[in-house]
Design a protein around this ligand. Structure first.
Ligand code: XIL
Length: 351
């Protein structure tokens, strides 16, 4: 009798609290696809990697693997201010053009990154002493020129990147402090004018889960939406570790609340860094984190693009940014697929 009651209680809790919202990845059409991109297509998903123009030029294996396995790219650094707009009167599109041309040849979606950020600024901007009006004119010219150049060829833009601190407060970047909070709205409107077809994203770090920072992102984009600012999506960067990985359930709930605002919600910079040297157990734990994030994405219809911050450990930026860490991506340094590759492939080769 007592057992029966307990069972009933468990069932009720399960229905109310968790079972009802258990993430269910959408059906995929492939079951033995030859590549991640073929498998992803069967899930109505674009799967991509951040790309570095230098490796694309110099490493045939890099280029071959990229075009075989992925149908989306994000220029890792080639479209940032310091690269593309090194001096006030000079734009340099060499690397960005190389990536966009490569993507076009290989029928890959390009996710442009990034128009407004506090990092990777050339000194003429970061150390310049411009008035508010001058800085507004500079930002407008930059956005209009960069977005305009790739009109029709870059499907989406990270218009504003990392505008918030980890506690959810507005980051006092040069843009926020010299222009004021309106810079965000201005940037979206100018990007939209320059390419009305491009999807415009707000991209943020450490906002995958349900917590203070993602609440702040939610409030920010909800406010933009409610005022008719042309924003189409939110990018969750997802630079995580195996210890600090967000819970599948939380990521799904978080994605769903953005989706309910009418926004697309993509994974834009996924990587799972490990302490070096990594063990086989670490690689398996890493694979589970990749699998969970893709499960979350596949369980939310508005998650349409899943981009990793590179694909081979050979060129990962992790060791330089987090000394002692690395092995964050799905191929090792000699282009051998790691358990994480298989985890993603298995999840997408499932009807
Ligand atoms: C990083 C690149 O990977 C590095 O090569 C570069 O030196 C610094 O920027 N969030 C972002 C990315 O939005 O643009 C950053 O990329 C990683 C964190």
């Amino acid at each position: 009798m007592l057992k029966g009651i307990r069972l009933l209680y468990l069932l009720a809790t399960c229905l109310i609290v968790s079972c009802a919202s258990e993430p269910t990845p959408r059906a995929c059409a492939a079951n033995n696809a030859a590549s991640l991109r073929d498998a992803a297509q069967g899930c109505s998903l674009s799967i991509g990697a951040a790309v570095d123009a230098k490796s694309l030029r110099s490493d045939a294996m890099y280029k071959q693997t990229l075009s075989r396995e992925f149908n989306a790219v994000t220029p890792e650094n080639a479209m940032k201010w310091a690269t593309v707009h090194p001096t006030r009167d000079k734009y340099d599109f060499t690397d960005a053009d190389a990536i966009v041309d490569f993507a076009t040849e290989n029928k890959m979606l390009v996710h442009g990154h990034t128009l407004v950020w506090h990092n990777s600024l050339p000194t003429w901007v970061s150390a310049g002493s411009f008035s508010r009006d001058e800085l507004i004119a500079i930002l407008r010219d930059h956005i209009t020129t960069v977005v305009g150049r790739y009109r029709g060829r870059v499907a989406a833009w990270d218009v504003v990147n990392e505008a918030l601190n980890d506690d959810g407060s507005p980051r006092q970047s040069i843009w926020a402090s010299r222009i004021g909070p309106d810079y965000i709205e201005m940037a979206f409107r100018w990007a939209h004018e320059a390419d009305p077809q491009a999807k415009l994203f707000y991209n943020e770090d450490k906002a995958e889960s349900m917590e203070t920072k993602s609440n702040a992102v939610y409030n920010l984009v909800k406010n933009l939406k409610s005022r008719g600012v042309p924003i189409d999506g939110v990018g969750l960067q997802s630079h995580v570790t195996t210890d600090s990985a967000p819970k599948l359930q939380d990521v799904t709930s978080n994605m769903n609340r953005f989706a309910e605002l009418g926004l697309e919600v993509d994974i834009t910079e996924m990587e799972v860094r490990l302490k070096l040297p990594s063990s086989p157990e670490d690689l398996n734990a890493q694979a589970r984190v990749y699998r969970d994030m893709l499960t979350a994405c596949l369980s939310v219809k508005q998650c349409k693009v899943f981009v990793m911050w590179g694909f081979t450990d050979k060129y990962s930026s992790v060791p330089s940014i987090f000394p002692g860490n690395g092995a964050a991506l799905i191929y090792n340094e000699s282009y051998q697929p790691k358990p994480a590759y298989k985890a993603l492939a298995d999840l997408m080769n499932r009807r």
